[in-house]
Ligand binder design. Structure first.
Ligand SMILES: [Zn+2]
Length: 151
């Protein structure tokens, strides 16, 4: 399957929570994800695809990735739900900067950062995510001074 078709399949199946996105804004987010997911090498896309994250736009959050264990009634398959959160304030950014943030959050997913986020050094994780998204051709989201403020 072509990468673009795989990306569309993911968006159709896993794109659940964009309640706080206006329609035009959601289309911008789709374009950004398409650009990012088509730019990464197969190995990284396979990791992203395996994590199968859900995208949620929600006020009062910073862009982040997180994993939840969902328990369900007996006989129904439960499991882990991986989520990429975006704040609607994301849409105040230019398309280019919005895409850089999407690339950074996708890098967190590819690197498995949605698991146990509290146990590692935030600085190491942010550095790693920016390094990975830069390797796909996107701009880093952290400036040196912003980066130095991280624990
Ligand atoms: Zn980050």
């Amino acid at each position: 399957m072509e990468r673009r078709e795989e990306v569309d399949r993911w968006m159709e199946n896993s794109w659940t929570g964009a309640d706080h996105c206006a329609e035009g804004e959601e289309a911008r987010l789709h374009r950004a994800f398409r650009a990012v997911l088509c730019a990464m090498p197969d190995e990284d896309f396979d990791r992203f695809d395996a994590a199968n994250p859900t995208v949620i736009c929600q006020p009062h959050v910073n862009a982040s990735v997180f994993s939840y264990y969902v328990s369900v009634p007996t006989g129904v398959q439960g499991g882990r739900v991986n989520v990429i959160y975006f704040s609607p304030s994301l849409f105040r950014k230019t398309d280019k900067n919005l895409t850089n943030v999407v690339a950074h959050e996708c890098a967190h997913v590819v690197l498995g950062h949605y698991e146990n986020p509290a146990t590692d050094s935030p600085r190491a994780r942010e550095q790693e995510a920016d390094d990975r998204s830069a390797s796909w051709g996107f701009r880093r989201t952290y400036t040196k001074s912003k980066f130095d403020q991280l624990p």
